[in-house]
Write a protein that binds this ligand. Structure first.
Ligand SMILES: [Zn+2]
Length: 280
């Protein structure tokens, strides 16, 4: 039985999610850890919150793989006086390596957007747009047209539940079949969505002005817009990453264990005042 080192797993991850395909502003790859350290348990999560790091420690993980970077901006201290510093300190003190696959996992195939497209049962899945030779976002077709409400319910059933739920802009009875998806914040992709002829666009972090302007531009028609929640729309990728990593590492006859975090790192806790079609 072969014992894996962090170096082996980093090579596997870089093969699945090549760091060169990450956006130029992004910070991906290994954040903490010694390449020679053994890896027996791998924990996967969307965010490296303090609770997730505690969960990884309790699970005996040697490596935490997350989608979002813990450190994206300049850092001059990792003292425990800040949450980021406490996170880095906890990782190092507990011998947990941290590896990030972010925008490189978004564009990978299979990656974050494929996981979303797959969960919705989309066929003929293709990139929404080509940027610098990599396919960003996905667009595909439902097997048959369904109402926008039925589609939103299908999406809700495919995603983990969150207190904020799913927000929909468009008439509930409108028919939709072509679906564009971008996991996480995708309000910079409206032109590509329109060009794809999508009936509905599923993404997250949709803000008032971009959404209102897009709905005005559509004159009430397609593309309808769905805000599925940032964490929920990316969470599906964890199972894909686990399976892909196991496919690559399993070939080596290793006994490495892979676990998906059971914690919800969506920061919202509850909503009040939601009323469909409500007037001021
Ligand atoms: Zn994200």
């Amino acid at each position: 039985m072969q014992e894996l080192t962090l170096s082996d797993v980093v090579v596997a991850l870089a093969g699945l999610y090549p760091p060169a395909t990450a956006a130029s502003w992004d910070r991906v790859g290994l954040v903490t850890g010694d390449l020679a350290q053994p890896v027996r348990r791998i924990h996967l999560a969307v965010d490296a919150t303090l609770a997730v790091i505690d969960e990884a420690r309790a699970a005996g993980a040697d490596l935490l793989v997350t989608h979002h970077p813990l450190l994206l901006r300049g850092v001059h201290s990792v003292a425990t006086t800040t949450a980021k510093g406490a996170s880095v300190t906890s990782l190092i003190v507990n011998d947990i390596a941290l590896y990030v696959a972010h925008t490189n996992a978004d564009v990978a195939s299979p990656g974050v957007c494929d996981a979303l497209a797959g969960a919705l049962g989309l066929g003929r899945v293709r990139p929404l747009e080509e940027v610098d030779g990599v396919g960003v976002g996905r667009v595909g077709e439902l097997p048959e047209p369904v109402s926008l409400r039925s589609f939103a319910e299908l999406l809700s059933g495919a995603l983990p539940a969150t207190p904020a739920g799913i927000r929909v802009a468009g008439p509930a009875q409108a028919r939709v079949q072509r679906v564009a998806v971008v996991g996480g914040a995708g309000d910079d992709m409206f032109d590509a969505v329109r060009a794809s002829g999508a009936d509905v666009y599923v993404t997250a972090d949709l803000r008032h002005h971009p959404v209102l302007e897009a709905r005005e531009e559509a004159r009430g028609g397609t593309p309808y817009l769905i805000d599925a929640g940032h964490w929920a729309s990316e969470w599906l990728w964890l199972a894909s990453a686990r399976d892909e990593l196991w496919r690559v590492l399993g070939e080596r006859g290793t006994t490495v264990e892979l676990h998906i975090s059971t914690l919800r790192t969506d920061p919202w806790d509850f909503v009040v005042g939601a009323e469909p079609g409500g007037t001021p």
